[in-house]
Design a protein. Structure first.
Length: 188
């Protein structure tokens, strides 16, 4: 390979999520901590403009961490739990959703973080068909009762109508919903 080809291709290899390898879910959740604290702060700020600016700072962090194509694997200390609030949602057990956070304006709460997957039978407009979770993996999830712990692998997918390229934040319910495709899922 020529020096020019190496110089041209190196940035693509280093920054392409699919080529960068898998990430441990616990490490990703920890990396999202700053953004989640900012979202908690934005929820208690009485100044609407300030709240929006703080939320936009959080979105900048999320945009860097939740890249389309990025693959996350669970670990024994960070499994996924079947959510009680969403049919096609899983939440990381290593994340303290709802935990109190001290802010400049008082006390806020960390948002709920949910990974929402999509199937041909149940999906949002704006999720590509190639990003649907396979029927067997989805069936394994749906056959388990709420509260079931899972190990697995998920891939972050593009959602055209999100607050960021792969997620939505709902300030009213204080929820961060990350769109994904389940690649593997096993009850524990």
């Amino acid at each position: 390979m020529t020096k020019l080809a190496i110089l041209v291709l190196t940035p693509f290899v280093l920054f392409t999520p699919a080529l960068a390898g898998d990430s441990d879910l616990a490490a990703v959740v920890q990396a999202l901590d700053g953004a989640c604290h900012l979202l908690a702060e934005s929820g208690v700020d009485p100044c609407a403009i300030c709240s929006k600016e703080t939320r936009n700072k959080a979105f900048q962090i999320l945009n860097r961490q939740l890249l389309p194509g990025r693959i996350f694997k669970t670990s024994p200390d960070c499994l996924l739990i079947r959510s009680t609030s969403g049919e096609n949602e899983l939440a990381p057990v290593c994340y303290p959703a709802g935990a109190p956070v001290k802010t400049r304006e008082g006390e806020g709460q960390l948002p709920r973080v949910a990974f929402r997957f999509h199937t041909s039978a149940k999906h949002l407009v704006g999720i590509a068909e190639k990003d649907f979770t396979g029927e067997q993996v989805a069936a394994d999830h749906l056959s388990a009762p709420s509260g079931t712990l899972f190990s697995g692998v998920l891939e972050i997918v593009v959602y055209k109508y999100g607050d960021g390229p792969t997620y939505n934040y709902y300030p009213t319910s204080n929820e961060l919903q990350v769109h994904c495709k389940l690649l593997d899922l096993k009850p524990q």
